[in-house]
Ligand binder design. Structure first.
Ligand code: G16
Ligand code: MG
Length: 220
């Protein structure tokens, strides 16, 4: 069996993508850029500054702002986003996740978090899941965002488990690439992801027997 399972946060443990979108939409509107849910897909798993750069580019405004302006916009977006996190509670955990976390602990499988969100600790707190994670990679100490494997490798290192003994779970294409490059097995959540070693339509399908069977199939 795997020695550890490492989770992405947004899109796997809870759905904060819509809250990110609403906060970005507000900022974009203020500077005269219209964004729709389609661009939101491209922002999943992408860092805060990386997301802002993509939004500015989509409005042809990438050269209109200084580095300082961009920092101010990103900070303003984060203030809206953090305020909206107040709606999160234990009921906001995606289907199947709470039961899987409990079963992993019963099975003595280590549990890690690999989120690029600087708000990850407060989100886990709001969801009542702090105790369920043996180690959370610190997004502020990551040099290279997903699809680089750095954050998943940091989560493995913090758990003291080699990537070859881990499963990573992601809902974003950049995240699947990050897991694959780290040497872990990848589980994708969603229908449009490429290159996941196992692809499931949603988190409700996730459970320990399925992960165990998947692991055995990959190692036979
Ligand atoms: C999440 C979201 C991204 C967001 C990023 C940074 O990543 O998917 O849309 O831009 O975190 O978040 P923050 O602005 O809170 O630092 P993940 O890795 O949890 O999917
Ligand atoms: Mg995600």
């Amino acid at each position: 069996k795997p020695l550890a399972v490492i989770f992405d946060l947004d899109g796997v443990v809870t759905d904060t993508a819509h809250l990110h979108f609403l906060a970005w939409q507000r900022i974009a509107h203020e500077i005269g850029i219209a964004i729709d849910e389609q661009i939101n897909e491209q922002l999943k798993g992408i860092s805060r500054m990386g997301s802002l750069e993509r939004i500015l580019r989509s409005g042809g405004a990438e050269h209109r702002y200084s580095a300082q302006d961009k920092h101010r916009l990103a900070e303003r977006k984060n203030a809206f986003y953090v305020a909206s996190l107040q709606q999160l509670n234990p009921g906001s955990v995606l289907p199947g996740i709470a039961a899987l976390l409990e079963e992993l602990h019963r099975q003595d499988v280590r549990v890690g978090l690999a989120s690029v969100s600087l708000n990850a600790p407060r989100i886990l707190e709001a969801l009542g899941l702090v105790e369920q994670f043996d180690f959370c990679a610190d997004a502020s100490r990551i040099q290279r965002s997903k699809p680089d494997p750095e954050i998943f490798i940091a989560a493995c290192a913090g758990l003291g488990v080699a990537p070859a003994n881990c499963i990573g779970i992601e809902d974003a294409q950049a995240g699947i690439e990050s897991i694959n490059a780290s040497g872990m097995l990848s589980v994708g959540i969603g229908v449009q992801l490429l290159n996941a070693d196992l692809l499931l339509p949603d988190t409700a399908q996730l459970n320990w027997p399925l992960l165990q069977t998947f692991w055995l199939t990959q190692h036979s």
